[in-house]
Write a protein that binds this ligand. Structure first.
Ligand SMILES: [Zn+2]
Length: 395
């Protein structure tokens, strides 16, 4: 076997500190039958920490197991909370950096919601690149001004030459050779210093602090902190204009451009500091899982009906990492494209919120606390008052 090396800086042997065997290789691909969901291919997770640059990666990641296609249902656009956040980010970029009458390229644009926002807010032209892009699902108001490229960015780097801004949200964490990838973007831009780049990824520091094992899954092979993300971009020849946490401190936002100046931002921790956080996570995460297993056992013994709210990757990781089956009745999701489908790995059926009116759950596990208010409002509308348990929030 080849010794692993850090995909962000090239240093040898990222130290393994967390492993999960047999996790579904995809967590948001729709499974039309329980059988198919249960038989879904699995891979191995082995998180490794690079003490040189602070980057965390799945050392055991096998990119050949991946299937990114139009069946890939990643959108969070059905949530008002997420939509509001995206609107504020888009408006901020347009206003602060004058992205008006320009060409915006989005790498990994998903179903194109964010790109459409930028196109409409700034009267821009868009280039959307994503293997799961479905042009018909683009809002009619923006469709004509967006060039849809249903493919991977690596095959269309030349399009970067046309871009005044390069956006990439929740994509870099799915890419294994992150250093090579950022270098591609850098080369695509050339020496045009007026081209803005904006990247958004989950914050691994929060995952470590909260023992959030549900935020570690196969699709995410790369994990960033403020420090490691900043270092990666500076090494590739970018200077940073903004670097901060947002969305209840769950996401990192980086805005930059080609250059070598640029300040350091508050919160950019050293690899040493991250190393200590990794060590704490390593000693506490199994304990955190045991606490959850005991809770589910108690609910089951008491005959309580338990559902999970959130049929995305967090839900899949939570169910499969804890090895839950009948302890959870259903998974609720507001995305109509997911309802009636099954969770890969655990085989739980995904239902609509309205389904709960008849099912009357006793306990609702909230997979992302930022949606608590939305969920509470929906439950109240249905006349339900189950116990809400939020993951990542101390009981
Ligand atoms: Zn490294």
């Amino acid at each position: 076997m080849v010794e692993p090396y850090c995909y962000a800086c090239g240093a040898p042997n990222p130290r393994a500190f967390y492993t999960v065997d047999a996790v579904p290789v995809h967590s948001v691909l729709l499974m039309p039958s329980r059988d198919e969901a249960l038989r879904y291919p699995r891979g191995r997770l082995e998180l490794g920490f690079c003490s040189n640059c602070g980057f965390i990666q799945n050392n055991a990641f096998d990119p050949s197991l991946h299937e990114y296609s139009t069946r890939y249902e990643e959108t969070q656009g059905f949530s008002p909370t997420f939509t509001r956040f995206a609107e504020e980010l888009a408006r901020g970029l347009v206003e602060r950096y004058g992205i008006r009458g320009k060409t915006v390229l989005e790498i990994g644009c998903g179903k194109g919601e964010f790109l459409s926002l930028l196109v409409e807010l700034g009267d821009n032209r868009g280039i959307g690149i994503d293997p799961s892009l479905i042009p018909e699902r683009l809002p009619a108001s923006a469709r004509e001004r967006i060039l849809s490229v249903q493919d991977f960015y690596e095959n269309h780097v030349d399009l970067t030459r046309e871009a005044d801004a390069v956006i990439c949200r929740h994509t870099l964490e799915h890419i294994q050779p992150v250093q090579d990838f950022i270098q591609l973007v850098r080369e695509g831009i050339g020496n045009r210093r007026d081209v803005l780049v904006c990247f958004e990824v989950p914050d691994v520091a929060r995952v470590l602090e909260e023992n959030a094992f549900w935020d570690v899954y196969y699709e995410h092979c790369s994990y960033f902190s403020l420090g490691s993300l900043g270092r990666l971009f500076r090494e590739a020849g970018f200077e940073l204009l903004e670097l901060y946490r947002d969305y209840g401190d769950q996401y990192l936002i980086l805005v930059g451009r080609v250059g070598t100046n640029g300040e350091r931002f508050s919160g950019e921790e050293s690899p040493k500091r991250l190393e200590r956080m990794v060590a704490v996570f390593e000693t506490r995460v199994q304990e955190a899982m045991d606490v959850w297993r005991e809770r589910f056992a108690a609910w089951r013994a008491a005959g309580k009906r338990v559902v999970l709210w959130g049929g995305g990757s967090k839900g899949v990781a939570f169910l499969t990492t804890l090895g839950l089956g009948e302890e959870v009745g259903y998974v609720v999701d507001i995305n109509p494209y997911k309802q009636g489908m099954y969770m890969p790995g655990s085989g739980h059926e995904v239902v609509s919120p309205a389904f709960l009116e008849a099912y009357r759950p006793d306990v609702v596990i909230v997979m992302n606390p930022i949606y608590t208010e939305e969920i509470q409002a929906e439950l109240a509308r249905l006349g339900l008052e189950p116990e809400l348990v939020r993951v990542g929030v101390p009981a």
